[in-house]
Design a protein around this ligand. Structure first.
Ligand code: SIN
Length: 304
Protein backbone atom coordinates (compact mmCIF):
# COMPACT_ATOMS: atom_id res chain seq x y z
CA UNK A 1 0.00 0.00 0.00
CA UNK A 2 1.34 3.44 -0.86
CA UNK A 3 1.33 6.27 1.69
CA UNK A 4 -0.26 9.70 1.30
CA UNK A 5 0.96 11.97 -1.49
CA UNK A 6 3.02 14.65 0.24
CA UNK A 7 3.89 16.59 -2.90
CA UNK A 8 3.08 20.30 -2.63
CA UNK A 9 2.95 23.31 -4.92
CA UNK A 10 3.33 27.05 -4.47
CA UNK A 11 1.62 28.37 -7.57
CA UNK A 12 3.46 26.97 -10.59
CA UNK A 13 6.32 25.65 -8.47
CA UNK A 14 5.98 21.95 -7.66
CA UNK A 15 7.76 20.75 -4.50
CA UNK A 16 8.48 17.13 -3.53
CA UNK A 17 7.16 17.85 -0.02
CA UNK A 18 5.89 21.04 1.68
CA UNK A 19 9.00 21.58 3.84
CA UNK A 20 11.39 24.34 2.74
CA UNK A 21 14.48 25.56 4.51
CA UNK A 22 13.81 29.10 5.82
CA UNK A 23 16.17 31.93 4.92
CA UNK A 24 19.00 32.62 7.34
CA UNK A 25 19.79 29.05 8.40
CA UNK A 26 22.56 27.12 6.59
CA UNK A 27 21.82 29.20 3.50
CA UNK A 28 25.15 30.78 2.63
CA UNK A 29 27.00 27.97 0.85
CA UNK A 30 25.98 25.48 -1.82
CA UNK A 31 27.44 22.68 0.33
CA UNK A 32 25.06 23.33 3.20
CA UNK A 33 22.07 24.01 0.94
CA UNK A 34 22.63 20.72 -0.90
CA UNK A 35 23.07 18.88 2.41
CA UNK A 36 19.73 20.25 3.63
CA UNK A 37 18.02 19.06 0.44
CA UNK A 38 19.61 15.63 0.73
CA UNK A 39 18.39 15.52 4.32
CA UNK A 40 14.80 15.66 3.10
CA UNK A 41 13.79 19.29 2.55
CA UNK A 42 11.50 19.93 -0.41
CA UNK A 43 13.58 22.98 -1.34
CA UNK A 44 15.76 25.68 0.15
CA UNK A 45 15.68 29.44 0.61
CA UNK A 46 19.10 31.09 0.57
CA UNK A 47 20.42 33.58 3.04
CA UNK A 48 19.21 37.12 2.29
CA UNK A 49 21.62 38.69 -0.19
CA UNK A 50 22.10 42.41 -0.80
CA UNK A 51 23.94 44.51 -3.37
CA UNK A 52 27.21 44.85 -1.42
CA UNK A 53 29.02 42.62 1.08
CA UNK A 54 27.97 43.33 4.69
CA UNK A 55 29.74 42.22 7.83
CA UNK A 56 26.61 42.35 10.02
CA UNK A 57 26.55 43.13 13.74
CA UNK A 58 29.25 42.17 16.17
CA UNK A 59 28.65 39.37 18.69
CA UNK A 60 26.52 38.47 20.53
CA UNK A 61 24.09 38.09 17.66
CA UNK A 62 22.08 35.12 18.98
CA UNK A 63 20.35 34.41 22.29
CA UNK A 64 18.87 30.92 22.71
CA UNK A 65 16.29 29.95 25.30
CA UNK A 66 13.86 27.08 25.99
CA UNK A 67 11.16 27.96 23.50
CA UNK A 68 13.10 29.62 20.73
CA UNK A 69 15.74 32.16 19.98
CA UNK A 70 16.38 35.85 19.41
CA UNK A 71 18.77 36.88 16.68
CA UNK A 72 20.12 40.08 15.25
CA UNK A 73 22.78 39.19 12.72
CA UNK A 74 22.47 42.44 10.78
CA UNK A 75 22.02 40.88 7.33
CA UNK A 76 25.64 39.71 6.93
CA UNK A 77 26.21 38.44 3.40
CA UNK A 78 28.87 38.30 0.68
CA UNK A 79 26.96 40.57 -1.75
CA UNK A 80 25.24 39.57 -4.98
CA UNK A 81 28.49 39.54 -6.99
CA UNK A 82 29.78 36.61 -4.96
CA UNK A 83 26.59 34.62 -4.77
CA UNK A 84 26.07 33.43 -8.36
CA UNK A 85 28.24 30.41 -7.83
CA UNK A 86 26.27 29.34 -4.75
CA UNK A 87 22.95 29.42 -6.62
CA UNK A 88 24.41 27.79 -9.74
CA UNK A 89 26.03 24.90 -7.80
CA UNK A 90 22.93 24.35 -5.71
CA UNK A 91 20.77 24.26 -8.84
CA UNK A 92 23.21 21.94 -10.61
CA UNK A 93 22.65 19.45 -7.78
CA UNK A 94 18.92 19.43 -8.62
CA UNK A 95 17.83 21.47 -5.59
CA UNK A 96 14.71 23.67 -5.76
CA UNK A 97 16.28 27.01 -4.90
CA UNK A 98 14.49 30.15 -3.78
CA UNK A 99 16.80 33.16 -3.58
CA UNK A 100 16.19 35.62 -0.75
CA UNK A 101 17.16 39.25 -1.40
CA UNK A 102 17.04 42.48 0.56
CA UNK A 103 17.40 46.01 -0.76
CA UNK A 104 16.94 49.61 0.26
CA UNK A 105 14.57 50.53 -2.58
CA UNK A 106 12.78 49.27 -5.71
CA UNK A 107 15.87 49.55 -7.91
CA UNK A 108 18.03 47.44 -5.60
CA UNK A 109 15.36 44.76 -5.16
CA UNK A 110 14.75 44.58 -8.91
CA UNK A 111 18.40 44.39 -9.79
CA UNK A 112 19.04 41.69 -7.15
CA UNK A 113 16.06 39.65 -8.33
CA UNK A 114 17.19 39.88 -11.96
CA UNK A 115 20.69 38.68 -11.01
CA UNK A 116 19.23 35.76 -9.06
CA UNK A 117 17.13 34.83 -12.09
CA UNK A 118 20.28 34.88 -14.26
CA UNK A 119 22.01 32.60 -11.75
CA UNK A 120 19.14 30.11 -12.14
CA UNK A 121 17.01 30.62 -9.01
CA UNK A 122 13.55 29.01 -9.21
CA UNK A 123 11.90 31.94 -7.40
CA UNK A 124 12.93 35.06 -5.54
CA UNK A 125 11.86 35.85 -1.97
CA UNK A 126 11.80 39.56 -1.07
CA UNK A 127 12.91 40.22 2.49
CA UNK A 128 10.52 43.03 3.37
CA UNK A 129 10.55 42.03 6.99
CA UNK A 130 13.90 41.83 8.84
CA UNK A 131 12.90 43.62 12.08
CA UNK A 132 16.10 45.31 13.12
CA UNK A 133 18.30 46.74 10.34
CA UNK A 134 18.10 50.43 9.57
CA UNK A 135 16.92 51.19 6.05
CA UNK A 136 16.05 47.59 5.14
CA UNK A 137 13.48 44.86 5.81
CA UNK A 138 10.54 45.91 7.94
CA UNK A 139 11.63 49.55 7.86
CA UNK A 140 10.59 49.63 4.23
CA UNK A 141 8.17 46.71 4.28
CA UNK A 142 5.67 47.87 6.89
CA UNK A 143 3.45 50.06 4.73
CA UNK A 144 1.24 48.81 1.88
CA UNK A 145 2.52 51.62 -0.37
CA UNK A 146 6.19 50.59 -0.09
CA UNK A 147 5.43 46.88 -0.36
CA UNK A 148 3.36 47.57 -3.42
CA UNK A 149 5.98 49.65 -5.24
CA UNK A 150 8.81 47.19 -4.51
CA UNK A 151 6.80 44.13 -5.56
CA UNK A 152 5.52 45.88 -8.70
CA UNK A 153 9.04 46.85 -9.69
CA UNK A 154 10.46 43.35 -9.11
CA UNK A 155 7.51 41.68 -10.85
CA UNK A 156 8.20 43.67 -14.00
CA UNK A 157 11.94 42.83 -13.88
CA UNK A 158 11.85 39.01 -13.72
CA UNK A 159 9.98 36.01 -15.13
CA UNK A 160 10.46 33.73 -12.10
CA UNK A 161 7.88 33.70 -9.27
CA UNK A 162 8.13 36.56 -6.78
CA UNK A 163 7.46 35.73 -3.12
CA UNK A 164 6.99 38.56 -0.60
CA UNK A 165 8.05 37.80 2.99
CA UNK A 166 5.96 39.73 5.49
CA UNK A 167 6.68 41.16 8.90
CA UNK A 168 4.25 40.28 11.71
CA UNK A 169 5.22 43.48 13.51
CA UNK A 170 2.32 45.51 12.11
CA UNK A 171 -1.33 46.02 13.03
CA UNK A 172 -2.70 44.42 9.85
CA UNK A 173 -0.46 41.84 8.20
CA UNK A 174 -3.25 40.80 5.81
CA UNK A 175 -3.49 44.34 4.42
CA UNK A 176 0.26 44.29 3.72
CA UNK A 177 -0.02 40.91 2.03
CA UNK A 178 -2.96 42.12 -0.05
CA UNK A 179 -0.88 45.06 -1.28
CA UNK A 180 1.80 42.56 -2.38
CA UNK A 181 -0.80 40.42 -4.15
CA UNK A 182 -2.31 43.42 -5.95
CA UNK A 183 1.18 44.46 -7.08
CA UNK A 184 1.75 41.07 -8.70
CA UNK A 185 3.38 38.86 -6.04
CA UNK A 186 3.05 35.16 -6.79
CA UNK A 187 3.11 34.07 -3.15
CA UNK A 188 3.22 35.46 0.37
CA UNK A 189 5.65 34.14 2.97
CA UNK A 190 4.52 34.69 6.57
CA UNK A 191 6.09 35.36 8.98
CA UNK A 192 9.55 36.78 9.54
CA UNK A 193 10.64 37.08 13.16
CA UNK A 194 8.79 38.95 15.89
CA UNK A 195 10.66 41.99 17.20
CA UNK A 196 11.93 41.38 20.72
CA UNK A 197 14.82 41.79 23.12
CA UNK A 198 16.57 40.07 26.02
CA UNK A 199 18.12 41.78 29.02
CA UNK A 200 20.80 40.31 31.26
CA UNK A 201 19.94 41.33 34.82
CA UNK A 202 23.43 40.33 35.99
CA UNK A 203 25.17 42.44 33.36
CA UNK A 204 22.48 45.12 33.52
CA UNK A 205 22.41 45.42 29.75
CA UNK A 206 20.74 44.00 26.62
CA UNK A 207 22.09 40.59 25.61
CA UNK A 208 22.35 41.22 21.87
CA UNK A 209 24.92 43.69 20.59
CA UNK A 210 22.15 45.34 18.58
CA UNK A 211 19.89 45.33 21.68
CA UNK A 212 16.79 44.48 19.62
CA UNK A 213 16.42 41.28 17.59
CA UNK A 214 13.94 38.89 15.98
CA UNK A 215 12.18 36.16 17.96
CA UNK A 216 11.70 32.75 16.32
CA UNK A 217 11.03 29.13 17.28
CA UNK A 218 8.26 27.54 19.35
CA UNK A 219 7.42 30.88 20.96
CA UNK A 220 6.11 32.35 17.70
CA UNK A 221 4.08 29.49 16.19
CA UNK A 222 0.75 30.99 17.19
CA UNK A 223 1.66 34.39 15.74
CA UNK A 224 2.58 32.64 12.48
CA UNK A 225 -0.63 30.61 12.39
CA UNK A 226 -2.78 33.67 13.07
CA UNK A 227 -0.96 35.64 10.38
CA UNK A 228 -1.36 32.88 7.76
CA UNK A 229 -5.02 32.51 8.69
CA UNK A 230 -5.67 36.24 8.31
CA UNK A 231 -3.69 36.53 5.07
CA UNK A 232 -5.52 33.58 3.52
CA UNK A 233 -8.78 35.32 4.36
CA UNK A 234 -7.76 38.34 2.27
CA UNK A 235 -5.52 36.96 -0.52
CA UNK A 236 -6.00 34.36 -3.23
CA UNK A 237 -2.30 33.73 -4.02
CA UNK A 238 -0.55 30.87 -2.17
CA UNK A 239 0.86 31.45 1.30
CA UNK A 240 3.99 29.82 2.70
CA UNK A 241 3.81 29.53 6.50
CA UNK A 242 6.83 30.10 8.74
CA UNK A 243 7.26 30.20 12.49
CA UNK A 244 7.80 27.58 15.18
CA UNK A 245 7.50 24.47 13.00
CA UNK A 246 9.08 21.47 14.74
CA UNK A 247 6.78 18.54 13.95
CA UNK A 248 4.57 17.03 11.29
CA UNK A 249 1.52 18.17 13.21
CA UNK A 250 2.85 21.77 13.24
CA UNK A 251 3.02 21.56 9.43
CA UNK A 252 -0.55 20.23 9.27
CA UNK A 253 -1.74 23.14 11.43
CA UNK A 254 -0.22 25.69 9.04
CA UNK A 255 -1.68 23.90 6.02
CA UNK A 256 -5.10 23.71 7.63
CA UNK A 257 -4.85 27.47 8.29
CA UNK A 258 -4.42 27.91 4.53
CA UNK A 259 -0.69 27.55 3.78
CA UNK A 260 0.38 25.65 0.67
CA UNK A 261 3.86 24.93 2.05
CA UNK A 262 5.98 25.89 5.06
CA UNK A 263 9.52 26.92 5.93
CA UNK A 264 11.52 25.51 8.83
CA UNK A 265 14.30 27.58 10.39
CA UNK A 266 14.92 27.53 14.12
CA UNK A 267 14.21 23.78 14.41
CA UNK A 268 17.01 23.23 11.87
CA UNK A 269 19.38 25.52 13.73
CA UNK A 270 18.66 23.55 16.93
CA UNK A 271 18.48 20.02 15.52
CA UNK A 272 20.43 20.09 12.25
CA UNK A 273 19.20 19.22 8.74
CA UNK A 274 18.02 15.77 9.91
CA UNK A 275 14.84 17.40 11.22
CA UNK A 276 13.49 17.51 7.67
CA UNK A 277 13.18 13.75 7.21
CA UNK A 278 11.74 13.37 10.72
CA UNK A 279 9.11 16.10 10.14
CA UNK A 280 8.28 14.69 6.68
CA UNK A 281 7.76 11.20 8.16
CA UNK A 282 5.61 12.61 10.94
CA UNK A 283 3.51 14.54 8.42
CA UNK A 284 3.03 11.46 6.28
CA UNK A 285 1.99 9.38 9.32
CA UNK A 286 -0.36 12.10 10.50
CA UNK A 287 -2.02 12.24 7.09
CA UNK A 288 -2.37 8.47 6.95
CA UNK A 289 -3.87 8.28 10.45
CA UNK A 290 -6.27 11.13 9.75
CA UNK A 291 -7.37 9.86 6.35
CA UNK A 292 -5.79 12.52 4.11
CA UNK A 293 -4.41 11.27 0.81
CA UNK A 294 -2.92 14.57 -0.42
CA UNK A 295 -1.67 17.93 0.85
CA UNK A 296 -4.37 19.68 -1.21
CA UNK A 297 -7.10 17.97 0.85
CA UNK A 298 -5.78 19.66 3.99
CA UNK A 299 -5.23 23.19 2.72
CA UNK A 300 -7.49 25.63 4.56
CA UNK A 301 -9.80 23.04 6.14
CA UNK A 302 -9.57 24.69 9.57
CA UNK A 303 -10.90 27.94 8.17
CA UNK A 304 -14.29 29.22 9.17
C1 SIN B 1 19.50 39.15 10.26
O1 SIN B 1 20.34 39.05 9.36
O2 SIN B 1 19.75 39.81 11.27
C2 SIN B 1 18.16 38.47 10.16
C3 SIN B 1 17.54 38.60 8.83
C4 SIN B 1 16.03 38.66 8.89
O3 SIN B 1 15.45 38.68 9.97
O4 SIN B 1 15.38 38.72 7.84
Amino acid sequence: MTGPDVRAAVGSLGIRNPLLLASGILGESSGSLIRVYKSGAGGVVTKSIGIDPRAGYKNPTVFEFDSGMLNAMGLPNPGIGHFGEVVARTKAAGVLTIASVFGANEEQFSSLAARMQEYGADAVELNLSCPHVEGYGAEIGSTPEMVSSIVRSVRSSVRIPVWAKMTPNVADVAALAKSAEDAGADAIVAINTVKGMAISARLRMPVLSNSVGGLSGKAVKYVGLRSVYEICGRCTIPVVGVGGIYSGEDVAEYIMAGASAVQVGTAVSEGGPGVFSRIADELSRFMENEGFSSIGEMIGIARR
